[in-house]
Design a protein around this ligand. Sequence first.
Ligand SMILES: *Cc1c(COP(=O)(O)O)cnc(C)c1O
Length: 634
Amino acid sequence: MDQKTNQPWQAKQSADLYGIERWGNDYFGLSDAGHVTAKTLNTEVALVDIVKGMVDRDLQMPVLLRVENILDAQIQRLSEAFSSAIATASYTQSYRGVYPIKVNQQAQVVEEIADFGKRYHHGLEVGSKPEMIIALSSLEPGRLIICNGYKDEEFIELGLQAIKLGFECFFVIETPSELPIIIERSRALNIRPMIGIRIKMISQVSGHWNSTSGDRSIFGLTATQLIDVVDSLRQEEMLDCLQLMHCHLGSQIPSLEDIRNGVIEASRYYVDLVREGAALTHIDFGGGLAVDYSGIQSEDNHSRNYSLEEYCETLVGTLKQTLDNESVAHPVIVTESGRAVVAYASVLLFNILDTTTFESSGKSLAQADENPLLAKLRNISTHLTTDNIEQSYEQVHLYRNQIRDGFKAGQVDLRCRASAENIFLDVLHNIADALDTMDQIPESMAGLKLSLADIYYGNFSLFQSLPDIWAIDQLFPIMPIHRLDEEPTRQAVIADITCDCDGKIDNFIGLTEPEKTLPLHPLKVGEEYYLGVFLVGAYQETLGDLHNLFGDTNVVSVRLNRDGSFDFVKEMIGDTIADVLSYVEYEPKQLELSYRNTAERAVQQGRISVAERQQMIKAFRASMQGYTYYEREN
Ligand SMILES: *Cc1c(COP(=O)(O)O)cnc(C)c1O
């Protein structure tokens, strides 16, 4: 029931409440049955059905779900949006996307991008030797590889050999000191290098990652350094090798105006480098294409005020205008979109283990000889109006604290104190209800709703699976994946399983700005309650850590079929307890031996039988091979 209208609650109301159409990018929807669905190929699959498939396969929660079709669809949308912007602007060169491996290095993800991306000539961007090795072994010759980051001799040799094999492999010079190594190695191996140059942009962008731009950016060459590099290359008769200009304004840039300003500045650099004699053929605009996590289409850090199409049109149109004015030929446009390509495809799924509510247990009926403070507390509710609400709020704390002080001094007994705490909570809930009817919440009561919110304990580790929530207060859409045809009547914050006070989520996307609590359903006895954290495909998986020794979660990749069915295409079993213990230098075999010895001594002392010892050792071993998270016995 909808408590306000007394009409049955509709799934559509849940869709509005959680904003699924605002952030779902047409990849997630809600069925009439109240289930969140993943959508591609004109079909929909309920996530609870996928969860059921996991349970049947004994894949325990938490699970990171990857929907491969969504990854494919994002690459397709990106490439097609650029093609269409290029056609509209009559731009004469093509678009080449490269995927920056650092955004999600997992083999399943990179392999899928390499494989599906083939039809769009999608390449890879690498920033280290391990990533270079990934690129060289997942792509076929002909594809584009952009090498950023500090490069030593070994890195450069790998890249030069890649050119010999037929890859389009660019070294982007980030600091002047890289140039002599590139020149020396390419001479030694007798291979002409393909050189890119990273410019330091002055254009400042808003958003969390804005420090990659501006004077103090740690990346890129200043105007004077650019001139030095050009002069050195000319001197070495290698200016024809300088074929790519690179710039990167930052990640998750929320404002299209900032992007346009960046492109204008970059285009000027491009024109002048061409005038200097560089044989430029490619311009690389880096990353920055944002994801609308909060779904509010604004300049907020967790959002963006533009569509994918507008982004592409801005890059292509702005560049073309500058070049045409200066009669400079159009280069191939490269972008390194990472976040926007992979964010949508992953969902973290977990079950709720328990809840704590902050409500009176109801045991506070008036007694004949009770402490008079209790009657005073009750009275506050009776006389509560929106006019005296602030005063009532003060009073309820005053009387409650007097009871607590009395308890400390031995004048109030435990039963009286419990009654007082109960009435106190009742009054606070009444005050909170009254606040809902007011246009403006008095400042002193801003934290009330949060202090009354339920705590839902989720079977996951924030530090392992959602590190950006902890590190940079990132917002992700979070919602139940079923029961959405029921009204969510509780307001909750979410605590993870680490028992760390930082392991909580109390910031959620809202209609216009973030909310401190999330509407959820009360738990039903004997039934699991599943939540999904959406859009978590970018930056979360390898940034996570082993806090409290909760390890990698199970990972399942599914592929949706046109007929509405789905296949489990890849699965990865999460860390076992033995795995995480060995990461911190314990030797699982040694641990078992030492436990065996302890049990053997207990046998010698007559505390347990040999049979009991064997049972214990069996349980110990099973535990070592088990999942680090809360396991349900099937
Ligand atoms: C991190 C990074 C990217 C990816 O940026 P997104 O905003 O995730 O698309 C691209 N290029 C470079 C050089 C980067 O450092």
